[in-house]
Design a protein around this ligand. Sequence first.
Ligand code: SF4
Length: 358
Amino acid sequence: MKADQGKSFRRDLLSWYDAHARDLPWRVSPQARAGGVVPDPYRVWLSEIMLQQTVVAAVKSYFNHFVTTWPTVHDLADADDAQVMAAWAGLGYYARARNLLACARQVAASGGVFPDTQEALQKLPGIGPYTSAALAAIAFDKAANVVDGNVERVMARLFAVTVPLPKSKAILVDHAASFIDDERPSARHGDYAQALMDLGATVCTPKSPKCGVCPVFKYCAAQKAGIAASLPMKEAKAPKPTRLGIAYVLRRADGATLLEKRAEKGLLGGMMGFPGSDWAETAPAPKPPATADWVAMPTPVKHTFTHFHLRLEVMTAVVSTDCTPDVGQWVPADQFNAKNLPTVMRKVFHASQTGSKT
Ligand code: SF4
């Protein structure tokens, strides 16, 4: 695309965004921004961390809960770790929550001000190239090239890139960079980044792009070639292995439940969960946390992580109040809340309620 076409592309996309921007709880609308409202970097940062690997619809309620409970980066920095991990439960990718706290504390220690350059932002915990670009553009209106999955798809179609992902990533980033106008400070960099994301999320959608209502229809090579829906191409993924494990739901006669804090590093790191065996591709060795009359639940729990499927057998038992388990801590009945557990552990809890295998 020629330079003058790039400018008219931006203009057309921004006009569309002015009328069709998604209303998101962390977003400053284009009208408010034009009126001088400046985005709060704390809210932009929080939303971008939550949106890593998680869809917008799932993030909204978590975001609202976080900013109500911890309205500023100082509030979050002062928060209790366990409370934050519990509030994050269900969002997945728990390393994000640990990095979130580490980053909040680092920013709070420097006066509560987020740096405004990609280079400085990337020195903070949990902020990589993508998030630093998104923050620089959206929070600070800098000319940054923000390329998420939505933008990759739009670029693949605009330029009819038939090289499959992930090999085509660098090509798509270069195409996206060709639209970045870093010469004009008033080029609405934050709005442009969000407009491109919104286009991918609402018009140039994965399965059935709505080319008939697309504001950048005339620039699109894939649409002209009739191959839009088939792009971006993707290399076939290797099938995910299945790992097996056993989870133990132990209750005390007074209603307390045994939970164990998982190791800080690794999957579900730092989160509370039910004790259990290792997760392996061969049948795991039983590892009950206490001697008890264990009963197998009829339905195993199935859960899919990024790199593998998990199938967990669920065992339950009730013990007397003088039981001292090998691991974990008793959580009294009035303090136990399955909502504070990561999703796979919530599934284990629900499976434990379904009755025993006969
Ligand atoms: Fe996507 Fe269709 Fe617009 Fe091209 S014309 S950018 S394929 S929605």
